[in-house]
Ligand binder design. Sequence first.
Ligand SMILES: [Zn+2]
Length: 355
Amino acid sequence: MRMAGKLRIELGQARALCCAPLLAIALTGFACDHAKDSAPNQTSQTPAHTVNADSPPLNLPPDNGPPPKFDGDRAMQYVKDMVKFGPRPLGSANHKKVEDYILSRLKGDDVENDIFTADTPVGKFPVHNIIAKFPGNKDGIIVVASHYDTNYPLRNTSYVGANDGGSSSALLLELANQLRGKTRDGYSVWLVWDDAEEAMKPDGSAGQPFEMDFLQDSLYGITHLAEKWQADGTVKKVKAFLLADMIGDSDLNIDRDTNSTPWLEDVVYEAATRLGYQSHFFSRTLGMEDDHLPFMKRGVPSADLIDFDYGYNNVFWHTPQDTVDKLSAKSLEITGTVILETIRILDNMPQLPPK
Ligand SMILES: [Zn+2]
């Protein structure tokens, strides 16, 4: 994923102010300046984490019942297991090992394999989306997605993507543990480990010029799945699409995304608040280009849960320094429980707003 090119450049400029006492004002101004569709008050000092003023009031269910369970230590072990295979770009032997690893953890579950060949700027590659389906007694599906590939090794041959792809893929494996073995009292939940999210050509993140339009050279797997589910009618049944990406950073600060559905982001924030984790959410607002876009385009309410600030000035992103020592089990637990609580709130809302 990436931010829109213009946003990324200006984030760099905003970060240049980080050592000045104006940091908070600079970041708030940055957030407002680039959230024109959803935050028209560009000079507002309102913190970015507050409920979106343009959203209709949400009919939220009462906050009762025990908090969801999520084993952060077990999820961290899954990250370590996947990273041990090494870089996992499309078409590599390591990629196949990670596919097999994910499938081995889903034995006995209802799994759909969506396999196709992607025609990319650097050749044709096999792509493998893995979908695990956990049934509910309510009509409709909530999708939780994460990509598991690392980018094509034109940039960094030792890049293992512990946070970028590893953390969220591990999180989904632990979600599967929590969902397995019972019919949910709510919507069906489908977990999607999507493939080929990363651009195959350098996208400028390592200092190279933009050689390709990112959206034409990335998101191959999720785009294929969205097209397939549109053709067979599944898209109409998807009530919400929750994306997790780069959520393992031990300094967890999940951004509010202006390319996500405002009311669904508000539900995520409500879930975080109910669990006492709101300080990790939405202190900054960015516009992300990520795996949620093909579903947004098809009218599915979507939310990208992403912490795009990975190390000071994003120094670990897409570098060999994206390793497990930068992550924490607590961050995985925070994101995992907030996703489960978000699903529980959606299950119990009398009516979900349209996109
Ligand atoms: Zn990436």
